[in-house]
Design a protein around this ligand. Structure first.
Ligand SMILES: C[S@@+](CC[C@H](N)C(=O)[O-])C[C@H]1O[C@@H](n2cnc3c(N)ncnc32)[C@H](O)[C@@H]1O
Length: 373
């Protein structure tokens, strides 16, 4: 099938299409655990949704994390680099029949697998009409591929942005097709320093999602340039390359698979505030783990930093929180320091010692008690 956009295909794109369209036939053909690096255990409602995905689709899954943000019912979602569609078929169940999922990918052979299994999944989910559309196109040219500006509530992506030679363009396009208040929630591979040309030009390393990994500090910079809120780290896990030849080329560079959330919200000078989560989000009735710093227990007061206060106020989460002015002085139980939240390597190393689900952010107390006086 001819490409539907006039976006110029680069040599890198051709190599990646070959890698995912011809070289790899199944998940076990991968040479590193960059793709498929598990970042955290899957909750039950997601495991149940995944169980309904056809094995021919999951056999060609090459993601590196879990890309299921909360509060998705009725949402319009876009999956950048959907591959054979595993995440699209899972999310189709979470948005429900009234929601919609669009998957875009440049590799036709992967999309063929996804399209071939559309009817199977719609019957399996009991839907009268499909709530998924698969589009062939480039993630650097979303509007050219026919996707409308300001039309998606959430964009997800699972181990794809690293494969693009034009990452700023990907973020810019994502920002443009998101609605105001929308979220880009994505899992990808990051390096501990900027990678040299020798690594970037290595076709297998690039194809394995390592050669094109961004230095995580460059993601923070790019997000700001494009107009997103500062990235919030959700989770991270160390990636290992168990191949001596590739290890020799990589030397001391280290890699993590990390999930970040970026929001399209108005710029301003956000102020910290106290918030109370109402416990109404499906799958997060007792507590909502928002990122690696903040877990909101239902009905408890939590002081959040200004950035997060702005995100909660302007995004789809606004209806699930009550907002209050901050306490006068928050002393030791106040807003958490940012350093750990920004460095996925530090977080990934800490992960085995302290499970993310056991941490709570800000200062907590019951709804009726006063916080940090
Ligand atoms: C590592 S696989 C991940 C696929 C899928 N997200 C999954 O979890 O199985 C990368 C996918 O991204 C697609 N891809 C890479 N670069 C792309 C680009 N610039 N535009 C569109 N698709 C791209 C590839 O064709 C491939 O299907």
């Amino acid at each position: 099938m001819a490409d539907k956009t006039s976006f110029v295909d680069t040599i890198v794109h051709q190599d990646v299409k070959d890698y995912y369209g011809k070289k790899l036939q199944k998940t076990s053909d991968l040479k590193s655990n960059a793709c498929v690096a598990p970042a955290q255990p899957y909750p039950n409602f997601i495991l149940n949704a995944l169980k309904k995905v056809h094995p021919d689709v999951t056999d060609r899954y090459y993601g590196c994390g879990l890309v299921v943000p909360e509060c998705l019912e009725g949402c319009r979602i876009l999956d950048l680099g959907c591959g054979s569609g595993r995440d699209c078929f899972m999310l189709s169940q979470l948005v429900g029949e009234a929601g919609h999922v669009t998957g875009i990918d440049m590799t036709e052979t992967q999309l063929e697998v996804a399209r071939k299994h559309m009817d199977f999944h719609m019957k399996e989910f009991g839907y009268k009409k499909p709530n998924i559309t698969f589009v062939q196109g480039y993630i650097e040219a979303l509007t050219e591929a026919g996707l409308e500006s300001n039309s998606f509530d959430v964009i997800i992506s699972n181990c794809v942005v690293n494969l693009s030679p034009e990452k700023k363009r990907v973020l810019t396009e994502a920002h443009s097709v998101l609605k105001d208040g929308g979220e880009f929630y994505f899992s990808d591979i990051y390096s501990n320093a900027r990678l040299p040309e020798e690594i970037k030009k290595h076709k297998i390393l690039w194809g394995e999602c390592i050669g094109g990994a961004l230095w995580y500090k460059d993601l923070l910079q790019l997000a700001e340039e494009v107009g997103f809120s500062p990235p919030r780290l959700v989770t991270a896990s160390i990636v290992t390359v168990d191949n001596k030849e590739l290890q020799a080329i990589l030397g001391n560079f280290k890699f993590v698979s990390a999930t970040y959330r970026l929001f399209k919200i108005p710029k301003g000078s956000p102020k910290p505030c106290n918030v109370i989560y109402n416990g109404n989000i499906t799958g997060a009735e007792d507590s909502l783990r928002f990122d690696c710093q903040y877990t909101f227990k239902a009905d408890q007061v939590v002081e959040v930093d200004g950035e997060l206060a702005a995100i909660l106020t302007h995004s789809r989460f606004a209806q699930d929180f009550t907002f209050q002015p901050p306490s006068r002085s928050c002393g030791p139980c106040g807003v958490k320091p940012k350093a750990l939240a920004e460095d996925p390597f530090q977080f990934a190393v800490q992960l085995p010692k302290q499970s993310p689900s056991s941490s709570t952010g800000g200062c907590c107390s019951t709804k009726s008690a006063t916080c940090c006086k």
